[in-house]
Every structure is written in structure tokens, then in C-alpha cells.
Design a protein around this ligand. Sequence first.
Ligand code: BDR
Ligand code: CA
Length: 310
Amino acid sequence: KQSLIIDCDPGVDDATGLLTAFASADLDLLAVTTVGGNVSAEKTARNARILRQIAGREDVPVFAGADRPLRRDPAGAGEFHGLEGLGDLTPFEPAAPVAEGTAAEAIVRLVMARPAGSVALAVMGPMTNLALALRAEPAMAAHLGPVVAMGGARSEGGNITASAEFNIWADPDAAAEVFASGCRMIVMGLDATHQVRATEERIVAIEALPTASARTAAAMLRFSQRVERRIVGWDAGPLHDPCTVAWLLKPELFELTPCRIAVETDSDLTRGHTAVEFRVEAAGANHFWATKADAAGVFALITEKLGEGA
Ligand code: BDR
Ligand code: CA
């Protein structure tokens, strides 16, 4: 079983990723850590606990993390996720509280207490928590198992500015530190996640499942469908964050290209731009960039897992 920590900012697509992971018997989910991003840190921590309760996974601790980026002011993406972060699901106060300690402390403790290479990390939001964890324990970079992150854009440009994707743009300094920390990452940028579209047929298949996890994920997908149609003009919106969990469960669904990644932190114009370099002969590759995704395969996997959950 792959041990895993999920760091996220739910967020409707984070929610589907979390519900998929909660439902996956082949993952040993050690913790969920949350960060301010799509909505405030307070709301993302609450939302993760709501989703945990729906999935019946109170055995998994939720640690609340950074409420602001390292240097920039907190932003938000409420127009894509709803003001509370879970689309039109009405939030409630979950029964189980957050765990003691910060997200960054929990990440360091859980990773360093286990054998090197054994704990994977799925990063679905701004990389603030991971940057803080690596500042506190630089040796963690070499100790981590696979780190798969949703973030960045290469071929099509960004989704928040012409240059940048939201997670990297929201905390470019954290992303720059993490990419340069020595941990080898599998990066699901928009190049891959834009291939994974929530078509009507795919949403209907999830809606047809009898579990609460599936019903909740389907509501998130419906909300996104409406928003993407209204704001971006896309009939079928992309499903970003669940690609990280999908890669951990079934890496053959993605094609990866070795690359070097650096992040623009200072320019106002291109803040959060990911310079993804495939010509790595001189400087060497430090990460893998997802170039292709098997969208039907990703949806089949998510649908299967959501059907097996609570
Ligand atoms: C990313 O930004 C957030 O709004 C989503 O949850 C996802 O993590 C996509 O750019
Ligand atoms: Ca997210």
C-alpha cells in the first residue's frame, strides 16, 4: 500500500481528488493537510473535514496549514469554487476537529518517521505548506517518496494570467523554493489536466453511483460544469487536482517528460510563470512534466473508486 499525505485547498476539484483517495483501499492515507488558496485557510481546513466526514474517514487526521503565501497577499478563486469552496454544497461544522499542530510540522514528522522513499505527497494547492516543511527540515527533500503536484502551465499559457496557473501564481515563492529543493516531482500542469475533461457522459456515470462520496463528487463536477460554461465558455471543464491521485494509483495513465522547472517570482507581468525546460542536456533534469493524460482512463479510475467508497 502506498503511504500518502494530501496537501490541498478544497476547492471543488480538490474535493473530487480527496473523495477518490478516501475511497481507495490501495492507499494508506496518513493525513490531509490544508492551505489557504481557493478560499481561506480556515475554510479549506473545514472543507477537508466535511469531505472526510462524508467519506466516513475520520481515521485520517486533518492538519490546518498556512493562511497566507510566503510573501504575496492571499488571493482566492471563489468564482471557480463557490464562496465557501465546495460549490453549492452548504457547509456545516464537521463533528471531528482538526488535529494538533501545523500542516508543515505534520508533513515533516510523518515523512521523517518512516523509511526514505516510502511516503508520497499529493499537492493540490499553493505549495506554501511544503515550502515551510522543507525550510524546517531540508533533509526531507531526499527522504520523500514520489511528490506529485498539480500546478503550472507550459504550452497553452495560464488560467489565472497569460503566464501562470493558479496554484503557482498564488504562492510563486513557495513553488520556486520547492522546485529548487532537490525533491523530484511529477508535475501535472494545465498541459495534462486540460486533457481531462468532465464531459456530460462522465459526470452522469458518477451521478449514477449509490455512494455519498460519488454523489458529493458529482455535485462538485456539476458546479464546475456550470462555472466553466459561464466564465470560460467550455462545455466540459478540466479536472485538475484528481490527476495527482490518479497518477499515484495508475501512473500508466500519464506520459511524463524529464524537465527542469523554475518559477518567476518577481515580475508583476509574468508572476508564477513556470519555465519548463525540456532541453536539459546542460543543466540536467530535476522534475517530470506530464505531457499526456488518458482522460477516459482517469475518469474510469475515479468512477471505480468513488463507487467503492462510503
Ligand atoms: C488549480 O487551481 C485551483 O483553483 C484548483 O483547485 C486547482 O488546484 C487549477 O489551476
Ligand atoms: Ca486545488
